[in-house]
Design a protein around this ligand. Structure first.
Ligand SMILES: Cc1cc2nc3c(=O)[nH]c(=O)nc-3n(C[C@H](O)[C@H](O)[C@H](O)COP(=O)(O)OP(=O)(O)OC[C@H]3O[C@@H](n4cnc5c(N)ncnc54)[C@H](O)[C@@H]3O)c2cc1C
Ligand code: SF4
Length: 480
């Protein structure tokens, strides 16, 4: 390693390097890979194998973390990958975007004892990235082909995880999605700086190579009803996610330049993927040179502020009505945003939006909030402080107030599909079945806006119960 580093330093400084740029790049790549491998091994060896794996308990996939940390520490990466992949369909994705501070790492006993967590997510990512590089990750190869087919609505993590597990059993799987790309919010919601799009595309290729069929630009409710699909397949999984943005009223809220978070993020992601995005090119959904105010305190708000910084915004402010401790978003993300130059305006809420002569927003009028006594839910109730109004310059305002499910029975033209008060699909939690026989549901559309790791968990669980359902049907048919 030291030799390689010396070589690297000398390449850059002392000796003029006449070799091709690609060779130099390769050298750097090797040094980086070596460094990353050693860092992962040394981090993994910090795991005390404590015997009370709170990290595992707090991982939604119940990943066998202590075992793959031990294998990584011993340099047995292929085995570490196998153990990790046994419970997680996309470990390299979770390693990148799980809010580990709220899940595995936040519950690591070393963290609890004040010595800093083992960086579980980074190791998970390293192990799986290495597995891809070494060719250990292979497309699924079912032992036998089964005649039954499953139609999955939604190519997000829930649909993909279920599809992979069902294909592994030998079922014929078709995944329908209204978007033109596979990945759901992993492609169009989560920014590239958190999850590189080629990581999702790499998985898509693997799933296609394993025999999963995709029907993209196919919107259920427009191109076919749920009932049509039910006729085509032996079982259906609804994994459509939640997309109805919570809105904001108030004087001036209809001004130009006030946009929903997902519209802003989709434009940024599409632009990054090389698509021609008219609203990005025109500047309508581009923060470059603008004063930007993002309203909200969740992970989506953090993605918006950090995207705006990367687009070259003049200033980026995040307006949140509660304080830092009550913020729903990850503390780690908030810290990252602060380090990148985002200013947080805590305990403040928008009261009005001021526009210019062209009807375009020019400022947000905000008011200070006092946090009162906790209510029945335990959260302090916010109250506006009279006479506390102040203005923040803003040529772009992004509303990041969270998402709710759309009216799915209406959208899918499926009146028999029962939904809850929160508009999520009503399921029997024991087997994720809906009120329509042979139709199951998983992911955000069942839980409400959640996390990729929970979507994967639900997808895997749904696949297991769909398998049981189809096997029972086959047994009954054979007995008749
Ligand atoms: C901006 C943002 C950032 C996030 N960051 C993180 C993060 O850092 N870490 C994390 O763990 N989670 C994050 N999340 C949450 C995470 O992305 C979701 O919890 C997860 O993607 C849900 O998976 P899903 O498969 O249920 O739904 P989705 O990923 O939403 O996928 C649903 C798919 O269904 C398709 N669909 C919907 N209706 C139809 C229809 N009628 N016909 C055909 N197709 C349809 C959609 O096009 C979509 O592709 C973030 C969410 C957002 C919005
Ligand atoms: S899946 Fe997420 S919570 Fe589980 S070990 Fe990996 S990073 Fe941690």
């Amino acid at each position: 390693m030291a030799e390689k580093l010396l070589k690297f330093v000398s390449l850059g400084r002392a000796m003029p390097d006449k070799r091709a740029a690609s060779d130099r790049k390769q050298d750097f790549g090797e040094i980086y890979a070596d460094f990353a491998a050693r860092a992962a091994q040394s981090q993994a060896s910090r795991c005390s194998q404590c015997g009370v794996p709170f990290c595992q308990v707090h991982c939604p996939l119940n990943n066998n973390i202590p075992d793959w940390l031990k294998l990584t520490a011993e340099g047995r990466l292929e085995e570490a990958y196998e153990v990790s992949a046994a419970t997680n369909t996309f470990p390299e994705i979770c390693g990148r975007i799980c809010p580990q501070d709220r899940l595995c790492e936040g519950n690591c006993v070393i963290e609890q004892s004040g010595h800093g967590t083992v960086t579980i997510g980074a190791i998970e990512r390293h192990v799986t990235d290495t597995a891809f590089e070494m060719g250990w990750v292979k497309p699924v190869k079912p032992k036998r082909e089964l005649a039954q087919s499953i139609g999955i609505i939604g190519a997000g993590p829930a649909g993909l995880a279920a599809g992979e597990a069902l294909r592994r059993q030998g079922y014929q799987v078709t995944i329908y999605d209204r978007y033109d790309r596979v990945g759901g919010l992993m492609i169009y919601g989560i920014p590239n700086f958190k999850l590189e799009k080629q990581i999702v595309a790499r998985r898509e290729k693997l799933l296609r190579d394993g025999g999963i069929k995709f029907e993209l630009n196919f919107e259920v409710g427009r191109d076919a009803s749920l009932d049509d699909l039910r006729q085509r397949h032996d079982a259906i999984l609804i994994a459509t996610g939640v997309y109805k943005a919570r809105d904001l009223g108030g004087p001036g809220s209809g001004a130009k330049g006030i946009v929903p978070a997902l519209q802003y993020l989709v434009a940024a992601n599409r632009h990054g993927l090389g698509d021609q995005v008219e609203e990005f090119t025109s500047g309508a959904l581009n923060a470059k040179g603008k004063n930007v105010v993002v309203i909200g305190g969740g992970d989506t708000a953090m993605d918006c502020v950090r995207t705006a910084i990367r687009q070259g915004a003049k200033s980026v402010k995040c307006l949140y009505r509660r304080d830092r401790t009550n913020m729903p978003g990850s503390q780690r993300e908030t810290l990252n945003a602060e380090e990148e130059g985002v200013e947080f305006i805590w305990q403040s809420a928008p009261a009005a939006f001021l526009d210019d002569d062209n009807g375009h927003v020019r400022a947000v009028r905000a008011e200070r909030i006092h946090l009162g006594m906790p209510d029945a839910t335990g959260r302090q109730s916010p109250r506006v402080i009279e006479g506390s109004a102040f203005d923040l310059d803003a040529e772009l305002v992004v509303k990041a107030l969270g998402f709710e499910p759309e009216d799915l029975p209406q959208r899918l033209k499926a009146p028999a599909l029962s939904i809850t008060k929160a508009n999520t699909v009503r399921v029997n939690w024991r087997n994720l079945s809906t009120t329509i026989p042979g139709v199951f549901a998983a992911g955000d559309i069942v839980r409400g806006a959640s996390l990729v790791v929970w979507a994967i968990r639900d997808g895997r669980d749904a696949a297991a119960t769909i398998d049981t359902y189809l096997q029972e049907n086959a047994r009954k048919a054979a007995a008749e």
